[in-house]
Design a protein. Structure first.
Length: 238
């Protein structure tokens, strides 16, 4: 089985989600959109493949906003077309943070600024704990999804919809893929330390917490991937 993983930047790797997909028999093709040397100016051209021929599409997080065309530039249109085509063909899609926001946008929903940012480990309210455990989950986002028409919100908190599903697709606002190394990479991005300070969180506190949460985070990530593959991805298309 072949999974296309859209990695938008050089630090947000497939992590624990990728680990579990490989364990479940998927061969990962990781497509990096913005290389490290262009991270601060990501307005570039990128050719996305078509959706046909893939068994799964995963869209990972990113430090930008889907709607901020001045920063993201034209490449987002290619990704939105890929996600739209995958959904039309019944190819399962897992969207994570920015990926969930791209999925929302591709299918007719809206992305807007959240009432407040979420950075750190957060528990959520889940209608389907077998699919989306209550966490805590690692969060780092400033925007939120207003999911597309017909989507079912399956988890939430007072900031936003934390997970939604539509057809064979699942979008989650949190980061099930996260590892201590990924978080360390985020902290090295421009403005990240200042963002933590604004949220009242010391960077060293965040990294310590990530190391302490690693086993729980892996269990939750594996459970989410397993149930997504067994229940959401396996649903008949249409």
């Amino acid at each position: 089985m072949r999974a296309l993983v859209v990695q938008h930047d050089h630090v947000t790797a497939p992590g624990m989600v990728g680990e579990r997909l490989v364990q479940r028999g998927y061969e990962l093709t990781v497509l990096t959109v913005v290389p490290e040397e262009l991270h601060t100016t990501p307005d570039l051209h990128h050719d996305f493949p078509g959706a046909e021929g893939w068994d799964l599409v995963v869209s990972l997080g990113a430090p930008w906003s889907v709607y901020d065309r001045a920063s993201v530039g034209g490449w987002i249109d290619g990704e939105l077309a890929l996600l739209r085509e995958a959904h039309r063909l019944g190819i399962p899609v897992l969207g994570i943070c920015f990926g969930a926001q791209a999925l929302t946008t591709a299918l007719g929903g809206t992305v807007e600024r959240a009432p407040r940012p979420e950075i750190g480990w957060v528990e959520i309210d889940s209608d389907d704990p077998a699919l989306v455990p209550a966490g805590p989950w690692m969060q780092w986002h400033f925007d939120r999804c207003l999911p597309p028409p017909g989507a079912e919100v399956v988890a939430r908190n007072d900031v936003c919809a934390q997970a939604f599903r539509t057809g064979n697709a699942l979008g989650v606002q949190f980061h099930p893929e996260v590892t201590p190394d990924i978080v360390q990479g985020w902290l090295g991005l421009d403005g990240a330390v200042e963002q933590c300070a604004e949220a009242g969180l010391a960077p060293e506190e965040l990294t310590t917490r990530c190391r302490a949460m690693e086993r729980v985070a892996r269990d939750n990530a594996y459970r989410l991937v397993d149930t997504f593959l067994d229940r959401v991805a396996a649903r008949p298309a249409g």
